[in-house]
Write a protein that binds this ligand. Structure first.
Ligand SMILES: Nc1ncnc2c1ncn2[C@@H]1O[C@H](COP(=O)(O)OP(=O)(O)OP(=O)(O)O)[C@@H](O)[C@H]1O
Length: 218
């Protein structure tokens, strides 16, 4: 489903952030991406999200090489992805409903379909009653669940999460991981960058470890 083939990434005027990285994630697989600060985790996720381009190698998403697609196709390919961030990246002057609706509005869905899908997503993360609230009126855990609802509203094949539990206490972190496991159950592939070794070991999923841009275990 997601395949890295000999991928290297060098930023201009910097050393290599990733060197000859190869791995494969199957449909419905959940894996953690770990490594020290600066090891290349965010860079790897940005290559999949088409926010950066690799210097060498190929990244294949469902068999399609996303390093070779044209700029104009990127927004369409991104619809296959759900992105989740440590700092939630919510629009604080918009309601929960509007935040979750955003990817659908950008994709041009009609009002009825938007409303139906937003409610279904909020239901999946247990926030159906909070759709009229603004993000800052919610707890950190609830804000992250809004971020998750926004990530799944387009029914992505692949969810990428960059330190999704970095600002959450252990109970809320476990709750978020439980949600990811539910997505995995319905065939969504999930890749989570995290420092939280205790949580990672506890959950027992596959672990990809980066060390100075090299993949150590795959
Ligand atoms: N835009 C950029 N320009 C130049 N160098 C960069 C850029 N982004 C990242 N780097 C460098 O690439 C390397 C990998 O960074 P990256 O952010 O991918 O690591 P990380 O494992 O996600 O770290 P952290 O856990 O601290 O977020 C680092 O040496 C970093 O300084």
């Amino acid at each position: 489903m997601l395949r890295f083939e000999h991928v290297s990434k060098r930023y201009p005027d910097a050393g290599e952030a990733l060197t000859d990285v190869s791995f494969h994630l199957h449909r419905g697989e959940m894996a953690f991406l770990t490594g020290r600060s600066g090891a290349g985790k965010s860079t790897l996720l940005k290559l999949i999200a088409m926010m950066e381009q690799c210097t060498r190698g190929s990244v294949l998403l469902d068999g399609q090489d996303i390093t070779r697609i044209g700029e104009r196709k990127i927004p369409y390919m991104r619809r296959n992805l759900g992105l989740i961030f440590q700092d939630y990246k919510l629009l604080n002057d918009r309601t929960v409903f509007d935040n979750v609706a955003l990817p659908l509005v950008v994709s041009g869905y009609n009002h009825q379909e938007v409303a139906r899908r937003v409610r279904a997503s909020l239901d999946k993360v247990g926030l159906l009653g909070k759709e009229k609230k603004h993000p800052l009126a919610l707890s950190g855990g609830e804000q992250q669940r809004v971020g998750i609802a926004r990530a799944i509203v387009n029914k992505p094949k692949l969810i990428l999460a960059d330190e999704p539990t970095g600002n959450l206490d252990p109970d809320l972190s476990a709750e978020v991981m439980f949600m990811f496991e539910q997505f995995k159950q319905v065939g969504v592939t999930v890749l989570i960058a995290s420092h939280d070794i205790e949580l990672i070991n506890h959950l027992g999923h596959r672990v990809l470890t980066l060390d100075k841009g090299h993949l150590v275990v795959s």
